[in-house]
Design a protein around this ligand. Structure first.
Ligand SMILES: Nc1ncnc2c1ncn2[C@@H]1O[C@H](COP(=O)(O)OP(=O)(O)OP(=O)(O)O)[C@@H](O)[C@H]1O
Ligand SMILES: [Mg+2]
Length: 307
């Protein structure tokens, strides 16, 4: 079993009476590119602030590399690089100068390391250029370079592609994959973009209203959570009525020849049995592929606050 590099247990944070993060327990293993997925206000940034020791939880704990972020802050953050807010740089200084200044805050590092991280994010040839000449995507990549300075084992990125154009998003996604594959870095990133998470992450935690509603590999989640299946049957109305009475599944729609249902995977066999036992002929059983978006909508709904 891979080592757990990031873990929260019952993590909870209130803002006045509102629970921004509610009893959140998640695990990230060494080598994961973990997508922390949720709609606006779900509690992603608040969780990341607690993970990086910027905000103290009201309950529960966070551990990084086996150290408690609250009790062993320095050790826990030693091998972690993070971008929590939008990276801020001195616009009239070059990329390299900015990294030099930043590294001095944390005890300094040699020039070679600065070149290495600039190279890792594809900015080595722009090292001498002032940050004011950079595109938004380049600033974001410089932020990631900054997070890489201490040679971390884990990087934590809060919405790393937010505000980028499609090309900028692709660049950052490729960079994240490269950090994982070539540099062996474990990545924890938050996002509200499903297809982004689907593209870069091997594991996902879905958060809604502060609560973790699902966690696992993308494939596992889709498999475990639900399937949509179309039954081609002889008597649609009878079949729909019958299946509506089966607790574990939901009839989604009926058409001229099919009834589609959704529910956990086991319910497919149960539905089939019920149909056949009632004398309804089953001509076809067609599983519909479900993507992360369907699952996300099922778990998160419209994501609107109701208070
Ligand atoms: N400093 C704060 N003071 C009061 N409420 C806050 C504060 N920070 C966050 N919240 C509230 O906590 C909840 C979670 O916010 P958070 O920023 O963690 O969500 P998020 O998932 O990062 O959202 P987004 O996708 O918009 O970045 C929201 O209801 C928000 O209004
Ligand atoms: Mg946020």
């Amino acid at each position: 079993m891979a080592e757990i590099v990031l873990e929260t247990t019952g993590l909870t944070k209130f803002f006045r009476a509102r629970k921004a993060v509610d009893d959140l327990s998640l695990r990230v293993y060494e080598g994961d590119v973990y997508g922390f997925l949720g709609p606006n206000w779900a509690g992603k940034s608040t969780t990341i602030r607690m993970l990086t020791g910027l905000v103290r939880p009201h309950g529960g704990s966070a551990r990084l590399m086996g150290y408690d972020v609250g009790a062993q802050r320095v050790q826990s953050l030693r091998q972690v690089g993070a971008i929590v807010e939008l990276p801020a740089f001195y616009k009239y200084m070059s990329a390299r100068e900015n990294l030099e200044i930043f590294s001095r805050y944390s005890g300094g590092c040699d020039k070679k390391r600065i070149d290495e991280v600039l190279d890792a994010v594809g900015l080595l040839d722009r090292a001498k250029d002032k940050v004011k000449t950079f595109s938004h995507g380049m600033v974001q990549r410089l932020g990631i370079a900054q997070a890489l300075l201490p040679d971390p084992k884990v990087v934590i990125l809060d919405e790393p592609t937010s505000g980028l154009d499609p090309q900028g998003m692709r660049d950052v996604r490729e960079l994240i994959l490269r950090l994982s594959k070539e540099h062996g870095i474990t990545v924890f990133l938050s996002s509200h973009l499903l297809h982004e998470v689907e593209q870069v992450c091997n594991r996902v935690g879905i958060i809604n209203r502060g609560r973790l509603v699902a966690e696992g590999s993308v494939g596992e989640l889709l498999h475990r959570e639900m399937s949509i299946v179309e039954f081609g049957v002889s008597d649609i109305a009878h079949a729909a009525e019958l299946l509506s009475g089966v607790d574990s599944l939901k009839v989604l729609e009926t058409s001229a020849c099919c009834v589609s249902i959704n529910g956990p995977r086991d319910c497919v066999a149960e539905a089939n049995r019920a149909l056949v036992q009632s004398g309804i002929d089953v001509y076809s059983i067609v599983p519909k592929t479900m993507n992360l978006e369907d699952l996300f909508m099922k778990l998160v709904g419209d994501g609107e606050e109701d208070d």
